[in-house]
Design a protein around this ligand. Sequence first.
Ligand code: 13P
Length: 251
Amino acid sequence: MRTPFIAANWKMNLDRAAVGAFCRALRAFAGDAARPACRLGVFPPFVYLPQVVEALAGSGVAVGAQTCHAAPEGAFTGEVSARMLVELDVEAVVLGHSERRQHFGETDEALARKLPAALAAGLQPILCIGESEEARDAGQTEAVLERQLQADLSAVEPGALAGLVVAYEPIWAIGTGRTATADQAQEACAFVRDVLRERGVEADAARVLYGGSVKPGNAAELMAQADIDGALVGGASLDPEEFAAIVEAAG
Ligand code: 13P
């Protein structure tokens, strides 16, 4: 059985005070014995990572970054390495989010270097993939997902990917309020698992998350699908009560 993983991607949002308030609320919620058994994760902007690691220490909530560089150090102004994150007791990293691919030119080639770097440093990568609206309309969804997965994982041995987390995030559903239907999300997540299996990855142990306009009102139906093992939540993860309601719905 795969424990659901519900992750909050704060993107470039919140401030120091709001981060503190969120962590206090999440700590109380995560410690509630009546809460459904979910793994929880929070992905703040870099600058808040030390604050969040300290505030959530011992709570069992995973703290992750929203990207990292492939090199351990060097002349890469503005970048942060996996090793630096690990030094801060950060456990995980989101890689390949569509906003990084779209706005910052992150390529599959760069991701093929970042994945092994994150794993070597001891970070849990959450690899994001997803198709554009044009690709879906053209019937290219599976081709896009397969291309991204094969390219991004190309430099990692399948055996090193035990416990991999992939987030299926259709670009047309991100921040639009237009969630994929449960059937669309299930179909894509099942396809992702099939591709992992064909690559030789232990696919039944990998988690495949859905992301894109997840809200308290649609989380239960999405999470009930056989191949959806959790959610990567953007907008609705900025409010601790909304995030908590999504976690409750997932259980
Ligand atoms: P929204 O939940 O705001 O659609 O964002 C999803 C997302 O991009 C999570 O990484």
